[in-house]
Write a new protein. Structure first.
Length: 279
């Protein structure tokens, strides 16, 4: 078989957003999002998932090297981000990435691209670059503040591991009901929720440890029953954290000096920072 012709047929299938044609064009396919080599129906399903996340692909071949035995294709793809990838929800933006396909005469295609670069193109900015062998997962977060500026006396931390998007949606609905109940509690200060990989976290702040009892309202009881008796999620953690120290700082809007906040905190120049909720 001619590796160049295989590459042309394979890339044309991606251009046409045709998962069946992608699978038919090659004997095996691998990229950074697959656990190994895929072919047939498994490859068609993978291609369909990619094309669901990144629709209307505009693929441009930049360079081709090699011969009939093996070719390397350098390409760029511009597509519309429409569904979650690496935990980053599809918000309708356009993403452009570059990569390569190594295509061999036996019909195998090894696709390479930088997943971190894709995440950055989708709006994620890494605070650090992990080691090559380190597990990397990305996610999204949200917060709900009570507008109280008390110093927290206790936190609750929970996380649940979900199996699939349907279970994740059920956990989200339960979390919304729990937060609604907490907002009516006098001791509740604020909450932040964040998803990383298949774990859904909740961190809530309270004015004192005794106020944590507010968590155990009916919405939380329903969630507990779903976990222990109805098979919701595969794993979970729940904990109460008592802070040893909390330090907050603000930069002076007038002179730029960093001020440690506390009772009556003010900058030497006379600027006084306003109070804000911790969460």
């Amino acid at each position: 078989m001619d590796a160049g012709k295989i590459a042309e047929a394979h890339l044309e299938a991606w251009r046409n957003a045709d998962p069946a044609a992608v699978a038919a064009a090659v004997t095996g396919f691998q990229d950074p999002d697959t656990a190994g080599w895929l072919s047939g129906d498994a490859l068609a399903a993978h291609a369909a998932a990619v094309l669901e996340r990144f629709r209307n692909p505009r693929l441009q071949v930049e360079q081709v090297t090699g011969d009939t035995g093996a070719v390397t294709v350098w390409w760029t793809i511009e597509a519309d981000h429409r569904a979650s990838y690496l935990g980053i929800p599809g918000v309708g933006g356009v993403v452009k990435i570059a990569g390569t396909d190594l295509v061999t005469a036996d019909g195998r295609v090894r696709r390479s691209f930088d997943r971190l670069a894709v995440a950055e193109a989708l709006g994620y900015r890494a605070a650090f670059v992990p080691a090559a062998d380190e597990v990397r997962e990305f996610g999204v977060s949200a917060r709900a503040a009570s507008n109280r500026t008390d110093r927290p006396g206790a936190f609750t931390l929970t996380w649940l591991e979900v199996r699939d998007p349907a279970e994740a949606a059920e956990v989200d609905l339960l979390s919304v009901e729990i937060v609604k109940g907490l907002r009516a509690s006098k001791g509740f200060l604020g909450v932040t929720t964040f998803d990383i990989g298949d774990r859904k976290y909740t961190l809530a702040a309270f004015d004192r440890p005794e106020s944590v009892r507010a968590v155990h309202a009916r919405p939380h009881q329903r969630a507990v029953r779903r976990f222990f008796k109805a098979g919701l999620c595969t794993r979970g953690l729940a904990g109460v954290l008592i802070p040893e120290a909390i330090r907050e700082y603000a930069r002076c809007a007038d002179c730029g000096t960093v001020v440690r906040l506390g009772d009556g905190a003010a900058c030497g120049c006379g600027w006084t920072p306003g109070d804000v909720p911790l969460l």
